[in-house]
Design a protein around this ligand. Structure first.
Ligand SMILES: NC(=O)c1ccc[n+]([C@@H]2O[C@H](COP(=O)([O-])OP(=O)(O)OC[C@H]3O[C@@H](n4cnc5c(N)ncnc54)[C@H](O)[C@@H]3O)[C@@H](O)[C@H]2O)c1
Ligand SMILES: O=P(O)(O)OC[C@H](O)CO
Length: 337
């Protein structure tokens, strides 16, 4: 399968997925709003701020002009941080009105919008009306860009309400090191993808404070239980939370130094302030904003999410992390299920 694909967002994930799609034989245009980054990608075939020691394909072309990037594209992949999805989609809409190309839309972002509590596919559907595009698919699962850059084995899921679109995404991305499953549970996949970042902040903080494997396993397991509860309140398929987007992504994000969320939590546990952590990371830490959105959403929907609440109190109300852990531990005993 060979297509013209526009990838919007040239950070760690967007640039590596663009390179994979190029490697799979597609004509890929990679858009970034940063002209210096575009210059570096086109002239040196590197993207050093995001992925070190990696040389991108010479046939991969970067653009800072959105119209040039989108021209002729039959598929558009959005990979910007969640807070930028609405504005970038709005700009893309204006271009698609001129182009009349009706591309398939895929996104690989993991978050929930502040204030509206919308999932990324909902934001895209709102900003790009159905007459300007084909179906929307979400690509998600345990997938650090750093491992994909090494062509290490990675398995993800492509979820869409339109199974032809999910299969189309599967075909575009599959190769010897990148295996893609299809899934119809867009809600579950997007909720799992967004909220695992909260738990990774927590396991990172446990690590920074010197806690061991038992504590991290406990947080990931009970964290997934409350994520599943929120998902169920939206009608998500419970199986999704035992799959790649659920357990798989909690494991990879909640245990890996490649995870920005885990590293951020680690630094918080070691005593840095949230502002210091955000300033030094230089890349998006989706879990910080998602903690606020998920906490507010849990209150709005009456879903009990004690771990999310504890992390919210640490990040947004200045609660001491050790006190938050002790309060969680000393809650009244209860049945596991
Ligand atoms: N890094 C990974 O391994 C990975 C894997 C799976 C999913 N994701 C998800 O992909 C999304 C992007 O993550 P990333 O790791 O590539 O982030 P990043 O911080 O590495 O890069 C984000 C990119 O978006 C651009 N950007 C930021 N604000 C923008 C705006 N307002 N308008 C246009 N462009 C803007 C930045 O310039 C940068 O190029 C996130 O939702 C993340 O959770 C990341
Ligand atoms: O680096 P993180 O914490 O944003 O996680 C990246 C991916 O979501 C892992 O699957």
């Amino acid at each position: 399968m060979s297509e013209k694909i526009a990838v919007l967002g040239a950070g760690s994930w967007g640039s590596i997925l663009a390179n994979l799609l190029d490697e799979n034989g597609n004509e890929v245009s990679l858009w970034s709003y940063n002209p210096d980054q575009v210059k570096e990608l086109n002239e040196k075939h590197t993207n050093t701020h995001y992925i070190k020691d990696f040389t991108y394909s010479e046939t991969l072309k970067a653009y800072s002009d959105l119209k040039q990037a989108l021209a002729g594209a039959t598929t558009v992949l959005f990979v910007v941080p969640t807070k930028a999805v609405r504005s970038v989609a709005g700009e893309a809409k204006a271009v698609l009105e001129e182009l009349h190309t009706k591309p398939q839309i895929i996104h690989a972002s993991k978050g929930i919008e502040q204030g509206t509590y919308k999932r990324v596919s909902e934001i895209l559907a709102e900003e790009i009306p159905a007459d300007l595009r084909a179906a929307i698919t979400v690509l998600s699962g345990p997938s650090h860009a750093e491992d994909v850059a090494k062509r290490d084995i990675t398995l993800v899921t492509a979820a869409s309400t339109d199974q032809d679109a999910a299969k189309h995404t599967q075909k575009l991305f599959m190769n010897r090191y990148f295996r893609v499953y299809t899934n119809s549970d867009v809600i579950g996949v997007e909720i799992a993808a967004a909220l695992k970042n909260i738990i990774a902040l927590g396991t990172g903080a446990l690590n920074g404070l010197g806690y061991g494997d038992n504590a991290k396993a406990a947080l990931m397991t009970r964290g997934l239980a409350e994520i599943s509860r929120l998902g169920a309140s939206f009608g998500a398929n419970p199986q999704t939370f035992t799959g790649l987007a659920g357990v798989g992504d909690i494991i990879v994000t909640g245990t890996s130094q490649n995870s920005r969320n885990y590293r951020a939590g680690d630094e918080l546990g070691k005593g840095q302030t949230l502002e210091e952590v955000i300033d030094t990371m230089g890349m998006v830490i989706e879990g910080v904003a998602t903690t606020k959105a998920a906490y507010e959403l849990s209150k709005q929907r009456g879903v009990e999410m004690p771990i999310t609440e504890a992390i919210y109190q640490v990040l947004y109300e200045g609660k001491d992390i050790r006190k938050a852990i002790s309060d969680l531990m000393m809650r009244e005993g209860r049945s596991e299920f």
